[in-house]
Design a protein around this ligand. Structure first.
Ligand SMILES: [Zn+2]
Length: 507
């Protein structure tokens, strides 16, 4: 493929919030498509809405993308630094008759309200309100020379700069092709004369572009070949197709990807749990697991494969696999993916995430990256079958890495009740202290011999010991755990637990 024919795609978030899971999924699709096709992935920040933008959120969005493992080839490019380009495009549309100056109050006609309805993220209600306003075109569209001069004069006397509206044809249809949804066609009578440049609001000096104008001008200038974005933009696309026509350009290939819904089939929102990518990172999901999960929301590899590591996704991704059906964000499924990754990743790949978690919990020791690395990897391997999220390594499994752990009250309640335990556990501690060889079978034998000679079930001692050395009722197999923790610490922990066991059995 020559450079000229390489696909060019973009992800274009607005810094009006954090990176939403829906936006993240769109970014992943663009990224997978670009990487699969050997194309270019561009990051563009759509920050022309001065009232809703919060520039400080840009870093958070970039961080979330990096966490997801998404890299970009060009950008971030900020629309706020390209305003002259959009104004020039509007001038061109005015000059060739595809646009006209509108002297009306911004809220009088559809498409002129500064609360740009198309940019509202979720909203059926908005759709309805919009359709009521449609079709009615303002008189500025057909002003004759005298009328325009009068309007111009009045505007000048009031210091009012007119908006620029697109002159939508009154008859005919506007059509575009969508790689996912097929050909779409809309009656022009249904499309309002949407605004391209807004009349400045109080406190502003210059006219700002609307989403439609900036988006099309950028996509043209950046030579975008495929616009892959959420299906909530389907309704915007006829307007954008009209702008392409007015600027004498062919539109790119559109690919609208299905929306992500909550389990109740409404748009994914805070009601359904966390919606920002950052909160899943903080909760301790593995980025690759999260990415795998998101990729399968609205895309299928064509078979029932689910556990698809990055290399496989890159190899198999194509727009042909994108569904028209909205996807359901299923939290248990996400947790299933995370568990799969925790269990299946090569332990060397998992180790950096565990190390970061232990650092976060302030129980990390440098030797685990050096002399004791083999121990560290073995221990992760032992623990990981029982983990769901990264913090499990520093919480339930804390006793493997730190002497500073507490006894789970429910575990104490359940396994430290037997009145014989204080005496038995004291003997067990001394038997282990006297044990010359610290290996699995020797540890096993000591415990079973004691149980036999005292006439109790081995399970009684196994359960009580697990709580004493790890604080938990559920943990990896006991004797493997004892090996990982080491003789000295096991004996110390057994001795240390004796007062608490006595207190429990007499309470
Ligand atoms: Zn008007």
């Amino acid at each position: 493929m020559s450079t000229a024919s390489k696909p060019r795609v973009r992800f274009a978030p607005s810094p009006t919030g954090y990176l939403h899971v829906g936006g993240a999924r769109t970014a992943i699709f663009n990224w997978l498509f670009a990487r699969h096709e050997g194309g270019i992935f561009i990051l563009r920040i759509e920050d022309t809405d001065v009232e809703r933008n919060r520039p400080e959120l840009v870093d958070g969005i970039l961080d979330s993308l990096r966490w997801l493992g998404i890299d970009w080839d060009e950008g971030p490019i900020f629309q706020s630094q390209r305003l002259e380009m959009y104004r020039a495009a509007a001038e061109k549309l005015l000059a060739n008759g595809f646009a006209y100056l509108c002297y009306c109050a911004p809220e009088k006609y559809a498409g002129g309200d500064h609360a740009e309805v198309e940019e509202v993220e979720e909203g059926e209600e908005v759709e309805e309100k919009k359709s009521l306003l449609k079709k009615q075109r303002c008189g500025c569209r057909n002003l004759d020379a005298a009328g325009r001069a009068a309007a111009e004069k009045q505007a000048a006397s009031q210091g009012f700069q007119p908006a620029v509206r697109f002159r939508v044809p009154e008859a005919g249809t506007t059509a575009f092709d969508d790689a996912v949804f097929g050909r779409r066609e809309v009656q022009n009578a249904e499309i309002e004369d949407f605004v391209l440049l807004r009349s400045p609001k109080p406190g502003q000096t210059a006219r700002l572009p609307t989403y439609h104008l900036a988006c099309v001008v950028d996509d043209m200038e950046m030579r975008i070949t495929h616009v892959i974005r959420g299906a909530d933009h389907l309704s915007n696309t006829p307007k954008q197709a009209l702008i392409y026509g007015g600027l004498g350009a062919a539109p790119p290939i559109f690919a609208h990807v299905p929306l992500i819904l909550g389990p109740d089939k409404t748009r994914m929102s805070k009601r359904h749990g966390a919606t920002s990518v950052g909160s899943y990172s903080e909760e301790g999901f593995l980025p690759e697991a999260f990415r795998n999960f998101l990729t399968l929301l609205g895309w299928s590899p064509g078979d029932d494969a689910q556990f698809l590591r990055t290399a496989e996704l890159l190899e198999r991704f194509s727009l042909a696999g994108v569904s028209r059906t909205n996807a359901i964000f299923d939290r248990p499924k996400l947790e299933w993916f995370n568990t799969q990754y925790l269990q299946k990743l090569p332990v060397e790949e998992l180790a950096p995430y565990v190390a970061a978690e232990l650092k976060r919990a302030k129980i990390w020791r440098e030797e685990w990256a050096g002399a004791a690395r083999a121990w560290f990897l073995r221990t992760i391997d032992l623990i990981r079958l029982r983990t769901r999220l990264l913090p499990d390594f520093s919480a339930a499994a804390r006793g493997f890495f730190s002497d500073d752990f507490s006894y789970d009250p429910a575990a104490m309640e359940k396994f430290w009740k037997d009145a014989k335990l204080p005496a038995l556990m004291a003997k067990l501690a001394e038997s282990y202290a006297a044990l010359a060889e610290w290996n699995h079978d020797a540890c096993d034998k000591v415990l079973r011999d004691l149980a036999a000679s005292e006439g109790v079930k081995a399970g009684l001692l196994i359960n009580a010991t697990r709580v004493a050395i790890l604080g938990q009722a559920v943990a990896p197999p006991l004797f493997d755990s004892m090996l990982a923790i080491g003789k000295e610490r096991v004996v110390a922990r057994l001795r240390q637990a004796l007062p608490a066991i006595s207190a429990k059995t007499t309470s």
